[in-house]
Design a protein around this ligand. Sequence first.
Ligand SMILES: *[C@@H]1O[C@H](CO)[C@@H](O)[C@H](O)[C@H]1NC(C)=O
Ligand SMILES: *[C@@H]1O[C@H](CO)[C@@H](O)[C@H](O)[C@H]1NC(C)=O
Ligand SMILES: *[C@@H]1O[C@H](CO)[C@@H](O)[C@H](O)[C@H]1NC(C)=O
Ligand SMILES: *[C@@H]1O[C@H](CO)[C@@H](O)[C@H](O)[C@H]1NC(C)=O
Length: 359
Amino acid sequence: MAAEEKAGVGRAPSCLCVLCGLPATGKSTLARTVLSAAAQHGWRATVVPYDDLIPEHAFQTRAVEDGVALQDVHTEWKLHRHAVLQCIEQFMKKPEVLAELPSKCQINRAAWEQCIHTLLQPEGLDHSCADRTPLLFLLDDNFYYPSMRYEVYQLARKHSLGFCQVYLHCDLESCISRNQSRSEPISTEVILEMVKRLESPNPQKNPWETKSIFLNTTDNLSKCDIQKVMELISSALSNPLSPVEDNTEQKEAARLKCASSVVHQADQACRRLISEAMKTAREKQVSSEHMRSLATQLNESKATFLHNLRKQLLQETSLTQEEDFDVERVVKRAVDVFDHEKKEILLRIINDFFPQSNI
Ligand SMILES: *[C@@H]1O[C@H](CO)[C@@H](O)[C@H](O)[C@H]1NC(C)=O
Ligand SMILES: *[C@@H]1O[C@H](CO)[C@@H](O)[C@H](O)[C@H]1NC(C)=O
Ligand SMILES: *[C@@H]1O[C@H](CO)[C@@H](O)[C@H](O)[C@H]1NC(C)=O
Ligand SMILES: *[C@@H]1O[C@H](CO)[C@@H](O)[C@H](O)[C@H]1NC(C)=O
């Protein structure tokens, strides 16, 4: 196991390249062109064609999910997308073993075998050094939501792979005319539905989408377009992502810990305030019935207060920057609120017991 992991560290540079865009924008054509350019570079490259890998029934629903079973359909499509990524992951770990396909998702085995065939037996490459040559996966699907592309990014990050995206866009007219010459044309509804949903790569908003380019595929692809894509991929291959960057879990744990600490300290402070209030009431010699009522009300108020405090803390984004998070100050500010509430409750009880002091 350890030896394998060591081997993984010295593994050939690898890249996941997402081709995204509406149907009939020329993704598959681009993929084919990039494949032959990759071969010229001496890279092992393959296209991961979602259309062929994912069964029709799960596939059709991806855009038209406004039916009754929206949730189910969405889940099914998502499961299949994950299964495709699992296949890639499995290949990255143990290329010689054919992926154990999740039984729930029928990824088309023949299509997957074909997909990795060229990687295992690259033409014109010396077999002995085949596993040292750069490895490129071109993921061919619409990827219309950033979240769909992010799943690929996460996989790349997990295994220190390069990651890049090519967004293809063309005039609706060219899309439509290309669509008509497809063997399996896509319905207008599906295309229009995707137009509504499509959120193209946005590096300003999503820093993880930095390595993205835009290709206008209204006209035929030019040599310059292909060169741009090859440069993008080269750059991704030589700048793999670092798994260390994935500290979301640690951050989340730190947030929870921080919130718990604040709530704990606030709880202690509230208890002291409650004892003080009880002491004041006792000194005023209010009846035991009023003492009980006071205790109950303060206790309830404290419980609600702490519950809301915790909720608010977990929602607060500033908690993620723990370094500049001043627990003491936050506790004090929060407890001041409870102190105010405590005084009101105490006053109400005392006024109830000594109505004349209300004057
Ligand atoms: C794609 O082509 C098919 C068959 O020619 C047609 O029925 C469909 O409406 C076309 N879709 C678009 C978006 O033009
Ligand atoms: C794409 O290219 C076509 C033809 O060259 C041009 O008419 C169109 O404005 C371009 N679209 C974009 C978004 O650049
Ligand atoms: C694009 O390529 C097709 C097929 O190779 C060709 O028939 C067509 O004339 C080309 N269009 C342009 C604008 O170059
Ligand atoms: C205070 O409330 C908690 C639940 O919030 C309860 O378990 C406890 O018995 C209460 N104590 C008093 C003194 O009312």
